[in-house]
Design a protein around this ligand. Structure first.
Ligand code: PAF
Length: 282
């Protein structure tokens, strides 16, 4: 596995690969890797000849300086996990390398970002789109891999790929969970032990809402039941609990078979902000 630190080195590498007729995959990450990331890398290695994994804790997508400062950074442990999973190139740029000058361009994803993470983390998707767009340009992948735990992020990146005609296929994979249901996340490492024991309640709340919707409850009723369940554990502060059309991300009144619906939440627990979602397919 090669480790590259500069944009120029990555561009040169991927240009050579393209010239040699190789298929390239990109797995963008912020590191502190877990099984969810590794599944993406393994899938990419099955589908493509070259797998580029980027690890970059992107400052422009953090609206909370403490969250940026405390985000786990484990580049050595990450590198050790990547080669066995099939990573060919690890791209580890510095902030100065990715942002030689502060970027001023602004993205507006319309209704897609006026909900959930977009509302609660102002500027977040602008930062995500900026860095993902740069990574797409530097690596020119045939495929790019994302996890569905960030459901809204996948929708936003899909929109950017369509709007800016990036010539690549976006591949997304379902959330990987711990045995007790907690969605795997780099931020889980920061959960204090006591908080970790109650954290799976978030997934249980999503399942509760999903079950109610399947049984014909309105979105408002399902949302209320799930929010009350979360509130019964005082360690949680619920930021949002939304039931939305899985594609447009706009709120729905209930689940109608034939319309995929996503149930999403964000909550604070033990000083850590967690998100999760569940999708009801037709
Ligand atoms: O999902 C993430 O880890 C980040 O938002 C991403 C896509 C790597 C962009 O910084």
């Amino acid at each position: 596995m090669e480790i590259l630190h500069t944009a120029a080195a990555l561009q040169a590498y991927t240009e050579n690969c393209r010239r040699a007729g190789l298929r390239l995959a990109l797995v963008p990450t912020m590191g502190a890797l877990h099984e969810g990331h590794l599944q993406l890398v393994r899938a990419a290695a099955q589908a493509c000849d070259v797998v580029i994994v980027s690890i970059f804790v992107n400052p422009t997508q953090f609206n909370n300086p403490d969250d940026f400062r405390l985000y786990p950074r484990l580049p050595e442990a990450d590198a050790n996990m990547l080669a066995p999973a099939g990573c060919t190139v690890l791209f580890l740029p510095s902030v100065e390398e990715m942002y030689p000058k502060p970027s001023v361009m602004k993205f507006d994803f319309g209704a897609l970002e006026r909900v959930m993470e977009g509302t609660h983390r102002p500027g977040h998707f602008n930062g995500v789109a900026t860095v993902v767009g740069k990574l797409f340009h530097l690596s020119r992948p045939h495929q790019a891999y994302f996890g569905q735990k960030d459901w809204q992020q996948v929708a936003i990146v899909q929109q950017m790929v369509a709007d800016l005609a990036f010539d690549l296929e976006l591949v997304s994979f379902p959330t990987v969970r711990e045995a007790d249901g907690l969605a795997m996340s780099s931020r889980n490492r920061r959960l204090p032990a006591e908080a970790r024991t109650v954290a799976p309640r978030l997934y249980a709340a999503l399942q509760l809402a999903a079950e109610q919707l399947r049984q014909g409850a309105s979105a408002a009723a399902a949302q209320q039941a799930a929010s009350a369940y979360i509130a019964s554990e005082p360690a949680f502060t619920l930021e949002y609990f939304e039931i939305a059309d899985a594609q447009t991300l706009q709120p729905v009144s209930g689940w109608h078979p034939g319309q995929p619906v996503v149930v999403c939440l964000a909550a604070h627990l033990g000083g850590v902000r967690l998100i999760d979602n569940i999708v009801l397919q037709p």
